[in-house]
Design a binder for this molecule. Sequence first.
Ligand code: SF4
Ligand code: ZN
Length: 402
Amino acid sequence: MFSVDVGPQYEGETVRKEDFQIEFGGPKHKFKAEWVTVTPADEVEDEKVEIIGKDIKDFEEGASVPIFIKIAVAGEQLEKDMEPVFERRVHMYINYIEGFWHMAQRDEIWMRLHKDSFKKGLNSLEEIGKVLVMLYKNELSIIEKIQITFITDPEKVEKEVLEARKVYKERDDRLKGITEEEVDEFYGCSLCQSFAPTHVCVVTPERVSLCGAINWFDGRAAYKMDPEGPQFAVQKGDLLDAEKFIYSGVNAIVAEKSLGANSVFCLHSALETPHTSCGCFQAICFYIPEVDAFGIVHRDFLGEAVNGQKFSGIAGEASGGRQNEGMLGMAISYMRSKKFLKTDGGLKRIVWLPKSVKEQVKDVLEEAGMLDKIATEEDVKNVDELTEFLNRVGHPWVTGQA
Ligand code: SF4
Ligand code: ZN
């Protein structure tokens, strides 16, 4: 069979930096991604695993390399809508492998192989591919054929990632214009409870999951495909508080799925009983008390945020599935939502962003008249400089015009 054990019992393990044989993706690499594509059956060579570029055994101990994972699936009943659902399972299934750790999603993935598992003989991506083939076919009978390609050649990785990004964007764009008010059902996900036992993601048309991998359509497709799976339907229920976006149905399911740990979610606030954060948020919104406003820092930002902390430090405080007032794990595309932090003041209450995030959401900031009001690491280094910056540019939160 396999050189190491495979099963859900390994899901919660992490691999520390002293212990890895090889690392794939992560913040050191600009290009890395995983992508599942529903493909016509005659174009899928069933159970084939291919490696383009060097394999695990060809690298030195401690190497860190870019990666692209492409999974083509086929089946009579498969729909394009299901792609993100299958894609999110990569995270779950790879974490089933003893000594193999997977984090995040889409073009942010980060994986590590523990030296002990390497010593046991797990020295090829081929084996990882075989495990994935087995799990996908066993757990999702709807998949009839599956082919997996791992690319480690940096140039080819870059090329594929740029293509995959177009697909991620298309998926996100489908939601434009659909509001929470006009649907009866939201969706939820509890996949991350293996790491964060009380964490529940609530996904609405105006609130993508914090990992960025599950939007409302994806939740719906996942639930339809596998009603017993990690994604579930959330009957919205009554709107108990229109300012705080508290819904009776959301509260009920959060209480149930968190085993009573949390019982109220304000869907669009980082301040009051906010949504919980597991560990795979793309970014974190953090409260800056000196200016009574928020900064946002993302996973790939390696420097210090304006409050003097690095992403890893802030993430440590924010993660674990608790409700942290003043901290909210979030997807970057949540900033595109009309309900983004609506209870707290929305985009008008953001005062600091890494430059690369600002670039990504430039159009929405421009539209909100905020593009030149929000400081980046290039404008300010600390909160004193930030205060000065906000006064100078006349930030609406500071001038009281928000
Ligand atoms: Fe599911 Fe949320 Fe985890 Fe994403 S972050 S996999 S939506 S629980
Ligand atoms: Zn998570």
